[in-house]
Ligand binder design. Structure first.
Ligand code: NAD
Length: 501
């Protein structure tokens, strides 16, 4: 595919047709109340769309059509091999519409167009391909009972599944849920974050074009405390799969308890420790990779290695390298293909992230680079990459998820202190250790309480491995074949085959 210039991307952005109604039962519909909310771009403050702002009535309607679709078997009743063909066709359409989807993502939430095209859209199409391709290769089971019985263990779709997702990787987080949910035969209602609704709407439109029947994949847009809550409390939603903050994840547990005990999957926040030890052969490489991972996607990443725990003997060299890399990340026009750091999602979040700079100073950490907003003349939301050095793990910058381009460096004196510090967090999503000592690598990776441990790398990714966290980082896993289990019920059918004398 030929790559576009900044001028061409701007021309495409100006000509973009934005659909801002919801998709329910295969139709574009506004909210029953007629309400909308304004979607403004963090790139330059431009108006994007008046997006439908749903209420309980719209959620009820979406659940009703999703239930009807599930019950009549228009999708749930199809053979896995048929679902596979449609999901793969969907993946092809996502690839064919790469530029448009990438543009919607970039304009709506600010990430650079090069990331949207080469990472987000590519990963989303791969995800639908992967689960589509997998689903006719997964077998049910026969239990090893005595010969008087045949006990079948079969998987059935949950039924009506809701997915509530955040704004940092809007389509990708949605695809990690929607793809396995559709592959297993469920009907789905997707609720995107209010900051990033546009790509979800377009995805649902492409799904219809691919042949996913109306009513099977619906998108409802609106505020979390209204739409998300209504889905969480709905008595006819069988499973709710959420990616977002730990606080809201806890609300979903309450909603489930207060309603029908719907199944939950929770992918929540993180404050990932990244340990650089002196036993790693190339300190500069470890620090460089760590900084790239910390500033990727403007630091708006649940797995951001935002706590860098470093052995004191290599601390100085590590910080020098971090500063060097930070300076190579210049917030720029997200529509410029050479930009490596885009805009923050919106003004409110930018303000919240910036508060951590004063907090760091008050708590006694050193702000060694960054600490200021950038490109304010554009009307957009930008922050310079920031490094806090000489922090301690009890500071707010070490305990709270900042979700911005801010990296906290904590020097320690031993491997044991590094492990204790890494685990001193309510979160347990990702983590890393850099060492050439095999015994130490084993000790640290066993010692850290986190769903992901990287050894001598960071953020390596593949659909084949589960993704999710320990502790308050969540419950359950996205990705891999394990994710399929979340969207099915296990049924035991015990058949008595003992002969009658
Ligand atoms: P958020 O929790 O504020 O919102 C996420 C979704 O929940 C949105 O769709 C929002 O509308 C909805 N919501 C908000 N309040 C709600 C309520 N009271 N009831 C029901 N729904 C509600 O999170 P965010 O700011 O959009 O995203 C950032 C968070 O997401 C960070 O904490 C980040 O770590 C987390 N995240 C986790 C993963 C993971 O896989 N573990 C991946 C990406 C992001």
């Amino acid at each position: 595919m030929t790559e576009l210039s900044i001028k061409q991307w701007h021309a495409k952005a100006d000509a973009l047709r934005i659909q801002s109604k919801m998709v329910i039962d295969g139709q574009f519909v506004g909210a029953a109340s007629g309400r909308t909310f304004v979607s403004k771009s963090p790139v330059d403050g431009r108006f994007l769309a008046d997006v439908a702002c749903a209420g309980e009535e719209d959620v009820n309607r979406a659940v009703k059509v999703a239930r009807a679709a599930y019950e009549d078997g228009r999708w749930s009743g199809r053979a896995p091999a048929e679902r596979k063909l449609v999901l793969r066709q969907f993946a092809d359409l996502i690839r064919a519409n790469r530029d448009e989807l990438a543009l919607l993502e970039t304009l709506d939430m600010g990430k650079s167009i090069s990331d949207s095209t080469s990472i987000d859209v590519r990963a989303v199409s791969n995800c639908f391909d992967w689960y589509g391709e997998a689903i006719d290769k997964v077998y049910d089971e026969i239990a090893p009972t005595a010969k008087e019985a045949v006990a079948m263990i079969t998987k059935e779709p949950l039924g009506v599944v809701a997915a509530v997702v955040p704004w940092n990787f809007p389509m990708l987080m949605a695809s990690w849920k929607v793809a396995p949910a559709l592959a297993t035969g469920n009907s789905v209602i997707l609720k995107p974050a209010e900051q990033s609704s546009l790509s979800a709407i377009r995805l649902a439109e492409l799904a219809l074009e691919a042949g996913i029947p109306p009513g099977v994949f619906n998108v409802v847009t609106g505020d979390g405390p209204e739409v998300g809550r209504a889905l969480g409390l709905h008595m006819d939603v069988d499973g709710l799969f959420f990616t977002g903050s730990t606080q809201v994840g806890k609300y979903f547990m309450e909603y489930s308890a207060q309603s029908n005990l719907k199944r939950l999957g929770l992918e929540l926040g993180g404050k990932s420790p990244n340990i650089i030890l002196s036993s790693y052969r190339d300190t500069k490489h470890a620090a460089t990779t760590s900084a790239h991972s910390a500033f990727f996607n403007q630091g708006e990443m649940c797995t951001c290695p935002s706590r860098l725990i470093v052995e004191r003997s290599v601390h100085e060299e590590v910080v020098e390298t971090l500063i060097e890399v930070a300076k190579s990340y210049t917030p720029g026009d997200p529509l410029d293909p050479t930009t490596n750091m885009g805009a923050m999602v919106d003004e409110r979040h930018t303000g919240r992230v910036m508060e951590f700079v004063d907090q760091a100073k008050t708590d006694g950490a050193d702000v060694v680079t960054g600490g200021a907003r950038a490109r304010q003349d554009t009307g957009g939301c930008y922050i310079n990459p920031t490094i806090f050095d000489n922090a301690t793990n009890d500071m707010r910058i070490a305990q709270e998820e900042i979700f911005g381009p801010m990296l906290t460096v904590i020097p320690v004196d031993s491997v044991d202190e590094a492990i204790t510090t890494a685990n001193d967090s309510c979160y347990g999503l990702a983590s890393a250790v850099w060492t050439d000592d095999l015994t130490t690598a084993h000790k640290v990776s066993k010692g850290i309480r986190a769903g992901l441990v990287y050894v001598n790398c960071y953020d390596c990714d593949d659909l084949t491995v589960p993704f999710g966290g320990f502790k308050e980082s969540g419950i359950g896993r996205d990705k891999s074949l394990h994710a399929l289990d979340k969207y099915v019920e296990l049924k035991t059918t015990w058949i008595n085959v003992a002969g009658r004398d």
